[in-house]
Ligand binder design. Sequence first.
Ligand SMILES: Nc1nc2c(ncn2[C@@H]2O[C@H](COP(=O)(O)OP(=O)(O)OP(=O)(O)O)[C@@H](O)[C@H]2O)c(=O)[nH]1
Ligand SMILES: [Mg+2]
Length: 229
Amino acid sequence: MELQDMDTPKEVAVSLVLVVGGIGHGKSSFINFVFGEEKCKVGSTWGVGKTITKDIQEIDYKRKDDIITFVDTPSLDALNSSSKFQNLYKTGFNALVIVCSIKSYPSQSPPLFDNIKSLFGEDMYRYSLVVLSFEDYLGESTVDEFLNANSTLKAFLKKTEDKYVAFDNTLDKESKEANEQRARFFVYLDSVLRNNEDQTLKQIGRCSLLCSCCCKCWSWCKCKLHLNS
Ligand SMILES: Nc1nc2c(ncn2[C@@H]2O[C@H](COP(=O)(O)OP(=O)(O)OP(=O)(O)O)[C@@H](O)[C@H]2O)c(=O)[nH]1
Ligand SMILES: [Mg+2]
């Protein structure tokens, strides 16, 4: 090894992973579970529409060769008006973890997926993986049976190439089952990160000139030449 290599600190890759989902679907609990300790505030506001997480919170998960920065989020409405979120979105996310509660589905979740899609656009699928939280609510049923009974959700998951993992946030965090659950999640997360390499899910600005490509499809300019940024 050259002396120069020893002096230069190794550059560590940092991936920004946004965790989104409905109020009370277990976003913060999921992050705590991954870390194995309480990093984010958790609480029950079942049915009253109030979010416990008031603004976004970034927490670094250090691995041997890289760092994953998980971003906990409040409700989607609050998220959209958060300047911290808007700044991160301009930088771009390496992955999107959508937390969808088995307990609340289907009463809330179809509009939830529509809202997420309208916030992030069609590009989101290749960055997305879904955590089906509250797996403990399945009781004697299997995840496959649950998905077969919920075709809208099944169709959504198909668009992510079936990147989903059922998750029980109430498992003993030290147990063998908990480690297996974490490992399953990281297999999917790493596959999303690998597939996108240097690309990120980022906000595309509005075209200020209404150039020819906007006029053709009447949508946001994707030529990146005329962005307000
Ligand atoms: N039984 C069960 N309870 C869960 C699970 N995940 C979360 N909870 C509980 O659900 C409630 C809401 O969890 P949070 O993690 O605060 O949910 P959140 O999505 O972060 O909620 P907001 O920040 O309010 O949007 C808490 O009482 C958790 O203990 C799960 O997998 N199973
Ligand atoms: Mg929360």
